[in-house]
Design a protein around this ligand. Structure first.
Ligand code: HEC
Length: 283
């Protein structure tokens, strides 16, 4: 290889690297931010309130309530019931369960907190062998590290403290930690449960809440996301559908993706489907 060829080869290699880098940084159209499309609701000739469904098609005029007005809860129940009736008539073969799946029915009521094990060596007790080398208890003259069968309760306490202090997250949790995590998770899910059932908390303006059509979060199918949603004209995540439904039928403002209410709603909806296999893209 002459010097010239060598130089040319090196130049070609550099160009291809630069080209590759340029390709890699080119913005993908899939990652562009696109606002959600607008629901198109037919206007009422009399200026009455028109409530649209999550399908982006079905809508109903509410007699006696003007656009900008609020229904009573019983009116909202009646209207959502009628909208669902209409939707079922139009979609007789839709994947819509009449009652929440039995697996989901117990989730919120049943705290994920395990009862404390009566047997300290039971499966829920903290790991018997710490994955991190044990330090000798304070005041101990034992120079070598390692679990010994002689380690008593006070020593175990010292061990736990040592691990927490040295930041070994996975090596130091106790039954109490687990109970706190479970309680915190349960409380967050419960908060989502509350928002899901509360038109005002959802930012709704017409007294409609999610549970009126999705009792116990039924038929929200979180396990099928991401999937293409025709009404959104895109591949949607669960939160996109939550926001779409907040706009209509609930008539609230879409929540930011990092809004704690959005997170709580997601938490509740996912929690209700515990045990259902993930099946993204399923219709
Ligand atoms: C008036 C009845 C009604 C109300 C109220 C309602 N929805 Fe829906 N929702 C529907 C219907 C009907 C569909 C199915 C639409 C379709 O498949 O085109 C649906 C679809 C969904 C889906 C997608 C389900 C799937 O199979 O992928 C989610 C998620 C959802 N709704 C969440 C919510 C949330 C969250 C709220 C409250 C903010 C809400 N819905 C309020 C009727 C309702």
């Amino acid at each position: 290889m002459t010097l010239r060829t060598k130089l040319l080869t090196a130049l070609a290699a550099l160009t291809s690297i630069a080209g590759g880098a340029a390709l890699a940084t080119e913005p993908s159209p899939l990652l562009e931010k696109k606002p959600l499309p607008e629901h198109k609701l037919p206007a009422s000739k009399k200026g009455n309130l028109v409530v649209g469904l999550c399908d982006g098609e079905t809508a109903m005029e509410v007699k006696g309530v003007k656009e900008g007005g609020k229904m009573s809860r019983s009116q909202a129940l009646q209207v959502t019931g009628q909208l669902m009736e209409e939707w079922r008539r139009k979609n007789p073969n839709a994947n819509w369960d009449d009652v929440p799946a039995p697996a989901s029915g117990q989730l919120v009521a049943q705290a994920p907190t395990p009862p404390p094990s009566p047997n300290p060596q039971g499966p829920r007790s903290p790991p018997a062998v710490s994955p991190t080398p044990q330090k000798p208890a304070a005041g101990s003259s034992v120079g070598t590290a390692g679990p010994t069968s002689a380690s008593g309760a006070p020593q175990a306490g010292a061990q736990l403290k040592t691990n927490i202090q040295s930041g070994h997250t996975y090596g130091s949790f106790s039954e109490r930690d687990e109970a706190i995590w479970a309680e915190s998770t349960k409380a967050f899910v419960e908060e989502g449960n509350r928002v899901f059932h509360d038109a005002d908390a959802l930012g709704g303006t017409i007294a409609v809440s999610c549970d009126m059509c999705h009792p116990d979060a039924a038929n929200t199918h979180p396990e099928t996301y991401p999937k293409y949603q025709v009404q959104l004209g895109r591949v949607a995540m669960l939160r996109d559908m939550i926001n779409w439904c907040i706009q209509n039928p609930v008539r609230g403002k879409p929540l930011a993706d990092d809004d704690p209410k959005m997170k709580a709603l997601e938490a509740f909806i996912y929690a209700r489907r515990k045990g259902v296999p993930l099946e993204f893209g399923k219709h």
